[in-house]
Design a binder for this molecule. Structure first.
Ligand code: GAR
Length: 196
């Protein structure tokens, strides 16, 4: 049975697009059941509308706290019968409400070779540090910031003439194939994605 995924994003959503395209092309055996977005004006919401995928866009400030908005997210996840949460540029820590409801069933992509450069602006951090190799990490999500067991990593060389723009472009290009491919492997491991 195909895995019903909710994709969480905060911004442009190029990874959302790559994941939903991979589902529709049959390269990722999953159904994009819902977009969850914490910035109602984000471009990713337009992408979901264009792709005819339901979305739940919310303004965190209109809730008392994280517990309250995550309880609302959880209602939506139940409504759309979501099996698995895929974070794709969701710039917010996941709290205990979602972590306990989706234990072992939340993954994230981060634009560095973790544990190097967690948090915001991983690409800028890598350039500032002067590393010659950076990359992309896909990992299970726990309560920390870009922590949790690593599932897969791919290295990307930083060239002497790389700028933030060129490096970001290279990272995105890798992410767009690496994320669907890694999820496909994860979901095809028997039972892995559906254990509650
Ligand atoms: C991606 O590069 C993703 O790895 C990063 O945000 C970008 C979102 O781009 N995530 C993090 O930094 C998580 N800490 P997108 O909106 O175009 O998919």
């Amino acid at each position: 049975m195909t895995t019903r995924i909710a994709i969480f994003a905060s911004g442009s959503g190029s990874n959302f697009q790559a994941l939903t395209d991979a589902c529709r092309a049959g390269e990722l055996d999953a159904t994009p059941a819902l977009l969850v977005c914490d910035r109602p004006g984000a471009y990713v919401v337009e992408r979901a509308t264009a792709a005819d995928i339901p979305y739940f866009a919310f303004a965190p400030k209109s809730y008392k706290d994280k517990g309250e908005f995550e309880a609302h997210i959880l209602q939506e996840l139940n409504r759309y019968e979501v099996d698995f949460i895929v974070l794709a540029g969701y710039m917010r820590l996941i709290g205990p409400t979602l972590l306990s409801a989706y234990k072992g069933r939340i993954v994230n992509i981060h634009p560095s070779l973790l544990p190097a450069f967690p948090g915001l602006d991983a690409v800028g951090q890598a350039l500032l540090y002067g590393v010659k190799l950076t990359g992309v990490t896909i990992h299970f999500v726990d309560e920390g910031m870009d922590t949790g067991p690593i599932i897969a990593q791919q290295g990307i060389e930083v060239e002497a003439d790389d700028t933030r723009e060129t490096l970001e472009k290279k990272i995105h290009q890798v992410e767009h194939t690496f994320y669907p491919k890694t999820l496909q492997q994860l979901f095809s491991v028997k039972g892995e994605a559906t254990i509650r």
